[in-house]
Design a protein around this ligand. Structure first.
Ligand code: DAH
Length: 328
């Protein structure tokens, strides 16, 4: 009997020390087997009961059962604790949440949305879908830029096929042709879109950038209409005091042609090309140039965004650096 009593005490002491250090379920299972397995310490202890004199059996049984329950409950409690700690680690619902910062539109998107709205206000229909991979015909030929003509040098082209029949469009002007082929005048369209050139990526150039094309075809359209329309665009976008300068220029698809600059920060910055639609362009789409007249223009949207927001390097518009974008 005394043997049992001291063994119970010894096991209890040892067990309490060990269980305090068990921190994973495998170790806990090994502990359970150590005490309750077929040759476990508690199991073995019960075998001693046989040799206890009859009058002490009851007391000995009570001690053993006490120990058994204690150990069993301690193991079960520890298991729950360990399992609960897993859940706490996986989803700690007490941690403060990560703040979700409110985003905003990219400066280019902001300018596009403004331009589209101004265009709609002036009666233009905004065409949001147009192919970025073009044929030589739409990008050049139909715009009165024949093969091998030096005018092609104005567009450093990225061809996508060896025969140079397919290319990444160098401007949004091909959409003029695509639209006129499908419709009859009068028409007034505004076409924002991405264009590509074999240009270096430097402070003022990007190999992929944005333009917005405008085309107005009707009877008796004049250069004054063009001028008035562009002035309205510029003043709505940059403010009512905006000054514009029209400089004679050359584009194969307009005659006469002009380049327009905005006075900004002490200098004139060129933002667009424009002109009266060339008769050859009307002929290419089957419009009678004697009956129809029109103007067209092509904005450099990146330039406009740079002016509007005072951005000095075009590359910043494409780096997606949140610290930069947050400023607008
Ligand atoms: N497509 C020309 C360019 O990318 C810009 C341009 C000039 C567009 C005159 C026009 C225009 O519609 O009439 O350089």
């Amino acid at each position: 009997m005394e043997e049992i009593r001291s063994k119970v005490e010894q096991i209890r002491k040892e067990f309490n020390q060990i269980i305090a250090e068990v921190s994973d379920l495998d170790a806990l299972e090994r502990l359970r087997i150590r005490y309750f397995g077929r040759k476990g310490e508690v199991t073995e202890l019960f075998k001693l009961l046989k040799s206890v004199p009859a009058e002490q059996k009851k007391e000995a049984g009570r001690l053993l059962n006490e120990l058994k329950n204690e150990v069993r409950e301690a193991i079960a409690a520890r298991r729950q604790e360990i399992e609960a700690s897993f859940e706490r680690e996986a989803y700690d619902i007490t941690l403060p949440g990560r703040p979700i910062s409110t985003g905003h539109k990219h400066p280019l998107t902001q300018v596009f949305e403004e331009l589209n709205e101004i265009a709609i206000g002036l009666g233009f229909e905004v065409i949001t879908k147009s192919p970025e991979i073009e044929t030589d015909y739409y990008n050049f030929e139909a715009l009165n830029i024949p093969a091998h003509h030096p005018a092609r040098d104005m567009w450093s082209t990225l061809f996508v096929t060896d025969d140079h029949k397919m290319l990444l469009r160098t401007h949004t002007s091909p959409v003029q042709i695509r639209t006129m082929e499908k419709r009859q005048p009068p028409l007034r369209i505004f076409v924002p879109g991405r264009v590509y050139r074999l240009d270096p990526f430097d402070q003022t150039h990007a190999p992929a950038f944005y333009q917005a094309e405008g085309l107005y075809v009707d009877r008796n359209v004049s250069f004054a209409d063009l001028k008035g329309t562009l002035e309205l665009f510029a003043k709505e976008l940059f403010g009512p005091k905006t000054k514009l300068k029209f400089v004679p220029s050359f584009f194969p698809f307009t005659e006469p042609s002009a380049e327009v600059s905005v006075y900004y920060n002490g200098e004139w910055l060129e933002i667009l090309g424009c002109g009266m639609v060339h008769p050859k362009v009307f002929e290419a789409v089957g419009y009678d140039p004697e009956e129809w007249s029109g103007f067209a223009f092509g904005f450099g949207v990146d330039r406009m965004a740079m002016i509007k927001f005072g951005i000095k390097d075009i590359r910043l518009l494409y780096e997606s650096d949140i610290r930069f974008l947050k400023e607008f």
